[in-house]
Write a protein that binds this ligand. Structure first.
Ligand code: ADP
Length: 541
């Protein structure tokens, strides 16, 4: 007996809901072809059904993977809903990866059709030679914008759209069916695919939208700067539809000036991106004297937020809060929001709570491993590898037989503590932790101190092999434009701020940080640069 109705959780329901209950709410895109495109959820829902018909015409079957190499745009959004909604899998590929990695990912996923923005035509022309199983390459453009000549037999998105009528209703099927596929960036070994399902996606978005999570509502105007090719833009395309928020999609222009203009013109209230995006943005507003008139909060994830960045945001009138997650966790696992009893704390103490990565969303469970199956206490001090489990945590990597689990828990590769209130604090990644004389030095602590120096724009710490201590920390620093801060000044800045034995052995000044395809600092490259630089470990006795 069904005591309550059973309706499978379908991604199409999100866009149907938005079309029906928030039909006049806008989706605004800065287009690849230039200019702004503006339409409503009602039109997005209809065009997503039209795309579902196009997929049928292209013979895309249930469960087939459909690749995308695309910016945050309304057409990409239609692909999100049109593919998953019709039972196919939306496989977003990060176009900033190396060609070999992209080819590996497209081939491993067995993408049959790939939709791409015209920006990526040169990439696609090279890629096609390595991906013979891709049957159709579809340019996300109208006929007038199609390139005159191409080595490939390209299809035109808008031509395909006008050639069909929308499917009349969305199909219903098992909620555990695959819906979308993302690969980790594979900083070690080949990229690994995480296949989300309709159920995992909607449960993730329900929880992520809640007040103590991302706190999204129909009153919001949301701009995900995080790309739709990176872990489903942290769920924002689905969440915005579920809550009926206006969605602003910045397309290919991700420089601070363009982003700022769009934030202001479209009256964005809430935006999301990795720390490097906001470091640049805050510098832009400081340099130009520009003010945010509607933006009231931003969520920063993907890497640690230096406290000094949140302080700059506070001065600019924006509440910046952290979220922790990874491709394997859909991605949101924790969000940094305060408890009622923090309200009485002084501002500085409240800010320190938000230096941590926050509390687990309902639906995610976490613990800190003490090794050999035991667990560390939640005292904010005892650290170890963070383990998670939950409705939107990877089960098995796509196309790989072995489970991603250890006794039902997913080992994240992050080193962390959890305090008595359940606040997670990431101290490092296992592969980045600096093991000096049997002690672990947190590279994140060292980076945060350097970043709080007024002459420093960005800092990253890596380990240097040492004959006596095993490893010692060295910090790479990018100075602010007018700053002349010296090595000795930087080293003395650490005195009193960190244990003496944790002070870096050296400071190396560089003009720009090497940034990876998802906007994070490339520590592997820094280690190579360190080896090339010939810096030798100093003897710390
Ligand atoms: P990768 O960086 O491996 O390509 P992800 O984008 O999935 O893949 O990154 C996940 C990792 O990013 C986490 O394991 C963690 O190390 C780091 N991370 C994500 N959010 C935060 C955060 N708020 N604070 C610190 N580290 C974070």
């Amino acid at each position: 007996m069904n005591h309550m109705m059973y309706m499978p959780l379908m991604i199409s329901d999100a866009i149907v809901h938005a079309g029906r209950h928030h039909g006049r709410t806008e989706i605004v895109t800065r287009c690849v072809e230039g200019g702004l495109h503006r339409y409503t959820y009602r039109e997005c829902e209809r065009r997503s059904r039209q795309l579902a018909s196009v997929l049928g015409k292209l013979d895309v079957k249930f469960g087939d993977r459909v690749g995308t190499l695309a910016w945050n745009t309304y057409r990409h959004l239609e692909i999100y809903f049109g593919t998953s909604g019709s039972g196919a899998v939306c496989h977003t590929v990060n176009p900033r990866l190396h060609l070999d990695q992209i080819a590996y990912i497209v081939n491993h996923a067995n993408d049959r059709v790939v939709f791409f923005d015209l920006t990526f035509l040169p990439l696609v022309e090279q890629l096609a030679q390595h991906c013979p199983r891709v049957e159709k390459w579809v340019a996300l453009a109208e006929r007038a914008a199609m390139p005159d000549s191409s080595k490939l037999d390209l299809l035109c998105y808008e031509d395909l759209m006008v050639s069909v009528s929308p499917i009349s209703t969305w199909p219903t099927f098992d909620e555990c069916s695959p819906s979308a596929l993302c690969y980790t960036s594979g900083s070690t070994g080949n990229p690994k695919g995480v296949m989300y399902t309709h159920r995992s996606t909607l449960l993730h978005c329900y929880a992520a939208a809640m007040p103590d999570s991302l706190n999204c509502s129909a009153k919001d105007v949301i701009m995900p700067v995080v790309p739709m090719f990176h872990v489903n833009a942290w769920g924002f395309p689905y969440i915005a539809a579920m809550v009926g928020a206006k969605l602003v999609l910045p397309g290919p222009n991700n420089d601070s000036e363009s982003l700022y203009a769009l934030l202001e013109e479209e009256r964005v209230t809430f935006a999301a991106g990795v720390p490097t995006v906001w470091i640049d943005m805050l510098r832009y507003v400081e340099d130009t004297g520009a003010k945010f008139s509607t933006l009231s909060r931003i969520v920063i994830g993907g890497a640690t937020t230096p406290p000094v960045l949140r302080e700059s945001c506070r001065i600019a009138g924006i509440h910046a809060f952290p979220a922790w997650g990874m491709t394997e966790t859909s991605p949101v696992g924790t969000c940094g929001t305060l408890l009622a009893r923090h309200e009485d704390l002084l501002e500085d103490a409240r800010e320190r709570v938000l230096d941590k990565q926050g509390r687990a969303l309902f639906g995610i469970d976490m613990k800190i491993s003490a090794g050999k199956g035991t667990e560390q206490p939640w005292d904010g001090e005892s650290c170890g590898e963070l383990m998670v489990r939950g409705h939107w945590v990877v089960g098995e990597y796509f196309g790989q037989a072995d489970t991603a689990h250890e006794s039902g828990w997913f080992p994240t590769g992050d080193v962390a503590t959890i305090d008595a209130d359940g606040y997670l604090q990431i101290t490092d990644r296992l592969k980045d932790v600096i093991k000096s004389g049997g002690e672990w030095i947190s590279s994140i602590d060292i980076e945060n101190i350097a970043a709080s120096h007024p002459g420093v724009s960005m800092a990253a710490c890596v380990s240097l092999p040492h004959p006596k201590w095993g490893e010692r920390p060295v910090v790479f620093v990018v100075r602010r434009p007018e700053s002349k801060v010296s090595r000795d000044e930087m080293l003395s800045f650490y005195s009193g701020r960190i244990a003496k034995w944790s002070i870096p052995d050296d400071v190396i000044f560089i003009d720009a940080m090497p940034i990876n395809a998802t906007g994070k600092i490339q520590k592997m490259r820094l280690r190579e640069m360190l080896a090339e630089s010939g810096v030798k470990a100093a003897c710390v006795d």
